[in-house]
Design a protein around this ligand. Structure first.
Ligand SMILES: Nc1ncnc2c1ncn2[C@@H]1O[C@H](COP(=O)(O)OP(=O)(O)OP(=O)(O)O)[C@@H](O)[C@H]1O
Length: 210
C-alpha cells in the first residue's frame, strides 16, 4: 500500500526556492533517507511534507492525519515530567501505550523527572518516544539522532525497524549512517534549485510557521 507520493515538488525558504523537481513514493514498510549538504533544503522539504508550509510547486498525496513529524526542536513541556509529557501526547494523538514507548526508548528510570532537567540526549529520546504513541503510519524525521550516543542510535534504528515491520513508513533527513539496511537513500543535491529562483508566493509567506 502506498502511503505517501511526492510529485515534482519544489519548496522555498525566505522567498527563495531551495530544491525543485523532487519526486518519490513511500509504501508501507519502506524507509527513505534524504541526504545533501548543509543548507540544501532538506528541512524545508520535510516541513512542507509535514504540512507546515505550502509547496512552491508540485503535489503531495497523503491521507489526512497519517503523519507524525519529529523536527529539530524537541518541543517538550519542560515543567512536566517525562511520563506527563508522554501522557499529554498520547491523549492528543488518541492514546498509544505510554509504558511501552518509554521502555522502547529506555526512559522508564527517568519517568518522574521533569523534562527540563533531562540531558540533551535524554530530551531527544523523549521527543522520539512520542512517535510511538502518535499511532501515525508515516514518520517524518529531521536529523533524529542529534545528541544521541551510539547505543541510543542503535536503539532508535531498532524502533524504526519495528515500525516498518508493522506496516509503517519513514522519511528521514540525516547525515549519519543510521544502521537501517532496508532504507533507500536519495541524494537531493541534483535537485538544488537554480540560483536565485524566487518563490511565486508573497515574500515572507512561507515563514508563517517558522
Ligand atoms: N527563516 C529563514 N529565512 C530565510 N532563509 C532560511 C530560513 N531558514 C533557513 N533558510 C535557508 O534556507 C535554506 C535551506 O535550509 P534548510 O534548513 O532546509 O537546509 P537543510 O538541507 O535542512 O540543511 P542542514 O543539513 O544544515 O540541516 C538554507 O540556505 C537556509 O540558510
Amino acid at each position: 500500500m502506498t502511503l505517501l507520493v511526492v510529485q515534482d515538488l519544489a519548496v522555498s525558504r525566505g522567498g527563495l526556492r531551495t530544491v525543485e523537481g523532487v519526486g518519490f513514493s513511500l509504501d508501507a514498510g519502506q524507509a527513505l533517507i534524504l541526504r545533501g549538504p548543509n543548507g540544501l533544503g532538506k528541512t524545508t522539504l520535510l516541513r512542507c511534507i509535514a504540512g507546515l508550509q505550502p509547496p512552491a510547486a508540485g503535489r503531495i498525496v497523503i491521507e489526512e492525519d497519517s503523519l507524525a513529524y519529529a523536527a529539530h526542536a524537541d518541543g517538550l513541556k519542560s515543567a512536566l515530567t517525562v511520563a506527563e509529557n508522554m501522557d499529554f501526547w498520547a491523549r492528543v494523538f488518541g492514546g498509544g501505550d505510554v509504558a511501552a514507548a518509554l521502555a522502547a526508548m529506555d526512559l522508564q528510570a527517568l519517568a518522574h523527572r521533569p523534562a527540563g532537567a533531562l540531558s540533551a540526549g535524554q530530551k531527544r529520546r523523549l521527543g522520539l518516544a512520542r512517535l510511538l504513541v502518535a499511532r501515525r503510519p508515516i514518520w517524518v524525521l529531521d536529523e533524529p539522532t542529534v545528541s544521541l550516543d551510539a547505543a541510543s542510535v542503535a536503539r532508535f534504528a531498532g524502533v524504526i525497524g519495528d515500525h516498518l515491520a508493522q506496516g509503517g513508513a519513514a522519511l528521514i533527513a540525516t547525515h549519519i549512517d543510521l544502521g537501517l539496511p532496508q532504507a533507500r537513500v536519495q541524494d537531493l543535491t541534483p535537485f538544488r534549485a537554480r540560483p536565485g529562483t524566487r518563490s511565486a508566493r508573497p515574500s515572507g509567506f512561507n515563514e508563517a510557521f517558522a
